[in-house]
Ligand binder design. Structure first.
Ligand code: ZN
Length: 222
């Protein structure tokens, strides 16, 4: 189905905008008039498109009394990610040394471009995750698995299992960033930090692995 809405308007038959002009005003180029008359409305429409009035907010499924704590965990994780982004953006390729060390340890490169790529990823994560839904499985023992997110699939929940709720704040922040990177950055599980492959992976592999994002946020996020 096609829309006829914009055909023939605002452009008149002669190909110039059909804009009403107040009487007595000096004629100007029709485009300037159009801009004057339509400008504010067009800007308002654009802003409306960019930031719709629908409130983006973190939501919960089956969490009840746990909601408050998870909301706090989420805020803390996002705050740590923002702090990490600031440090990565300020990094000049060699200093501060702590940033160089964290980049080397988790992404196996100290290059400024890698810092930018990690910062870009975290920025997307923070911006997109403001409408995440957490699903509570606090009674469900999944062994060492704290949480789970479906890879890269919109409108799917991040599940939190029993072990998540007994973890410390740092582990929770690390876990949330890890899962949110699966969900929003489409990262894979290409090596956990206790596996030998984590330390020997190339930078490209690390950039596509969820684990380093959680770890660098813990390393630099405060
Ligand atoms: Zn994972």
């Amino acid at each position: 189905m096609t829309s006829q809405r914009f055909i023939g308007t605002p452009w008149g038959p002669s190909g110039v905008p059909s804009v009403k002009r107040p009487a007595g005003r000096v004629a100007q180029h029709p485009l300037i008039d159009l801009q004057r008359q339509a400008g504010n409305a067009a800007v308002a429409a654009l802003v409306q498109r960019i930031s719709p009035t629908v409130q983006r907010t973190v939501t919960f499924d089956d969490c009840e009394a746990l909601e408050f704590g998870i909301a706090g965990d989420h805020r803390r994780a996002m705050e740590m990610a923002r702090t990490t982004i600031v440090k990565l953006r300020a990094y000049d390729g060699t200093s501060p040394a702590a940033v160089a060390a964290a980049l080397q340890k988790h992404f196996h490169s100290k290059r400024k471009i890698v810092a930018s790529m990690v910062a870009n990823g975290l920025e997307n994560l923070v911006s997109d995750a403001d409408d995440v839904q957490y699903e509570c499985h606090e009674q469900e023992d999944q062994g060492s698995t704290l949480a789970e997110a479906l890879w890269c699939i919109p409108f799917t929940d991040v599940k939190l299992f029993k072990k998540y709720f007994s973890s410390d704040d740092t582990t929770k922040a690390n876990t949330l960033i890890h899962e949110l990177s699966h969900r929003y950055l489409c990262t894979f599980d290409l090596g956990y930090d206790w596996e030998p492959s984590y330390g020997t992976a190339g930078t490209f592999r690390a950039l596509n692995n969820a684990e380093p994002y959680g770890n660098i946020v813990v390393a630099l996020g405060r």
